[in-house]
Ligand binder design. Structure first.
Ligand code: SAM
Length: 224
């Protein structure tokens, strides 16, 4: 089956299994980091306490991706070994690493935590982006209003522009509040988001219908 411009509410291993092999052009995703995160108000992230329900998603993500394409995945730095093993076992090659620098510390432990990070993974031998981005990028805080670990659309947009083309299908199998899908839709790409929790699916769908209205108005104005 092929899906396009949808937020599917469900578990990603099961959902990706229903998607035709080689039908996704790019994956940009932000999985639970495996750190049992709890914010100041007590909100948690589903499966963040057990990566056994997270890491198997990458095997199906690999299958659903086109040959010679990219997957960009955030990860928890203190679980890097587990993420790298899962990605390599799935068949991915590690081809880049991205760091977003924060001008504030999200936490203080042994050091002050001032960055987020993601790996750039390849299925096969994709061609290099025409406009490669720097591997150190500025971070934009969201305030995490809709989701406890919400990423800013501005942080994801450069990835979409550099690693995909207009009209291609960008998938986020850990979609949360839908930030990747919003970035993809605003860049003229098709999107597919998969998310376990109903409340985030509802929020993501609302955001995406706002983007679709905005894009339709923009197109009408350009045509006039
Ligand atoms: C780190 S959050 C993503 C936040 C997102 N980047 C945003 O900007 O809102 C990870 C999301 O993955 C979802 N999730 C966890 N395990 C999942 C699974 N096996 N299948 C689908 N979604 C899953 C969680 O409910 C959570 O919303």
């Amino acid at each position: 089956m092929s899906f396009q411009n949808e937020i599917i509410c469900g578990e990603s291993v099961k959902t990706l299994k229903t998607i035709s092999e080689g039908s996704i052009d790019l994956i940009v995703t932000d999985p639970p980091y495996g750190v049992n995160y709890r914010d100041r108000t007590g909100r948690k992230v589903k499966n963040d306490d057990d990566l056994r329900f997270v890491l198997p998603v990458f095997e199906q993500a690999f299958r659903a991706l086109k040959q010679d394409s990219y997957c960009i995945s955030f990860y928890g730095w203190n679980k890097a070994d587990l993420f790298l093993k899962a990605w390599k076992d799935a068949g991915f090659r590690v081809v880049g690493h991205l760091v977003w620098t924060k001008n504030y510390a999200s936490r203080t432990g042994v050091v002050k935590y001032h960055h987020e990070q993601a790996y750039v993974l390849a299925k096969g031998r994709p061609s290099r982006p025409k406009n490669p981005i720097a591997d150190v990028l500025p971070w934009t805080a969201t305030g995490n209003r809709a989701h406890p670990t919400e990423k800013a659309v501005q942080s994801l947009t450069p990835l979409i522009w550099s690693f995909s083309k207009p009209g291609e299908l960008v998938c986020d199998p850990f979609a949360g509040s839908g930030s990747t899908c919003v970035a993809a839709a605003l860049a003229g790409r098709n999107y597919l988001g998969i998310e376990l929790e109903d409340k985030y699916c509802t929020h993501a769908r609302k955001r995406l219908s706002g983007v679709e209205r905005y894009m339709a108005t923009k197109e009408r104005k350009q045509a006039a």
